[in-house]
Design a protein around this ligand. Structure first.
Ligand code: FMN
Length: 376
């Protein structure tokens, strides 16, 4: 039994709490970045460098409306949950906990191709709030089938991730020997023994697996063949021609995620993509990628005011969300903060961190002398 819960003060605190509760190899999978993790630091440095020009004597006494129209719907907040594969590594059941919390709060949630729950179950958990994120894999049949399943499940918006032509080189994972299926050496066993709550919860739930791929590996397939199938799915075949085919075949809205170059954003708009998501994958892919916040400014300048642009990578507070909106984002996504929250506080952490970020955003609006969100 835990005593009275400590107040949730910041995402940074949640990260530290998650680090205590989760085995090192699992925490590093969530927390780590590619290469020397310069890209990871660059994202944060860009937010630190951005400062506001606060105004005074603006009456901000009334309730501040933080709702936002984005791609055909009004969301209760201008931020949402970015797609995250293997979220169950942070804590078993994290995918479903986040989807349910998003649905309850009217917040946007993006279900990932390599999720640890099926896309069907995530849509059921968030029938009004979930989009589907697609990784284009080596097998055209599997990619087509994932799209057909997403349509059948009722997803109306597809997010195609463009920044993984090869898997990122994450040194922490390599050092920890982290790969699926988990291969328990003495170091990993000691790590589990030091984190019994995570170990027991994982034992009860079953080891995290790529739930969407189970049916392609065969119903009785073990964790190893499933993981091998998934590893073989990493592919560099997504190009503009294939994107055009996906566009032609997908009847709903289409978002291209992982755009950094203004010219790519312009080309995506020409190709009938409904929005671009400026992102460097949270520093997990190319270590030398520009900070997403800097790329966002350049992309917004190129596409002009009317075209929908979202961003993610490095957002850790309500002030950061406002900085991203000020820099030209219509909508902001966060990744790791949601996993830190569930790892640190259990399922309830998902709703708590939404509340924390909302409160910080309202505070930042008032502190900068604004009675409403900046215009999209
Ligand atoms: C554990 C983890 C798994 C991720 N898996 C995916 C994925 O399957 N598909 C995808 O498009 N992006 C994935 N991402 C990237 C996120 O969608 C997002 O771009 C990134 O986390 C944003 O940076 P932040 O964590 O600093 O907020 C993943 C990120 C993390 C932390």
């Amino acid at each position: 039994m835990r005593g009275r819960r400590a107040p949730m003060v910041s995402v940074d605190d949640l990260r530290l709490a998650a680090r205590r509760r989760v085995p090192r190899f699992a925490f590093d999978y969530v927390d780590g970045g590619a290469g020397a993790e310069d890209g990871l630091s660059r994202n944060r440095a860009a937010f630190r460098k951005a400062i506001f020009s606060p105004r005074v004597l603006v009456n901000t006494e009334g309730a501040l409306d933080t709702g936002r129209n984005f791609l055909g719907r009004r969301w209760s907040l201008p931020f949402g949950v970015a797609p995250m594969g293997l979220a169950g590594m942070a804590w078993p059941g994290a995918d479903i906990a986040l989807a349910r919390a998003a649905q309850a709060a009217g917040v946007l949630y993006v279900a990932a191709t390599p999720a640890t729950a099926t896309l069907e179950s995530l849509r059921t958990a968030a029938p009004d709030s979930a989009w589907f994120q697609l990784y284009v894999g080596k097998s055209a049949e599997i990619t087509d089938d994932l799209l057909a399943r997403a349509r059948a499940a009722g997803y109306d918006t597809l997010v195609v991730t463009a920044d993984v032509p090869r898997p990122g080189k994450r040194r922490r994972d390599l050092r920890n020997g982290f790969a699926l299926p988990l291969c328990m050496g003495p170091r990993m066993l000691a790590d589990l023994a030091l984190h019994p709550a995570w170990a027991l919860a994982t034992l009860r739930a079953g080891a995290p697996r790529f739930a969407n791929f189970q049916q392609y590996a065969g119903a009785g397939a073990g964790a190893r063949s499933l993981a091998e199938l998934m590893a073989g799915q990493s592919s560099g075949r997504l190009d503009w021609a294939l994107l055009a085919r996906i566009r032609a075949g997908w009847p709903g809205r289409l978002v291209l995620k992982g755009v950094l170059a203004p010219d790519d954003a312009l080309r995506a708009a020409e190709a009938g993509v409904d929005a671009v998501q400026v992102s460097n994958h949270g520093g997990r892919q190319l270590d030398g990628a520009p900070a997403a916040l800097d790329a966002l400014r350049a992309v917004r300048k190129a596409v002009g005011p009317g075209y929908p642009v979202a961003m993610d990578s490095g957002v850790r507070s309500g002030e950061d969300i406002l900085k991203a909106l000020d820099a030209g984002a219509d909508f902001v996504f966060l990744g790791r903060p949601f996993l830190y929250a569930v790892a640190a506080r259990g399922d309830a952490g998902a709703a708590e961190v939404v509340g924390l970020l909302h409160a910080e955003l309202v505070q930042a609006l008032a502190q900068t002398g604004r009675a409403a969100l900046p215009e999209a």
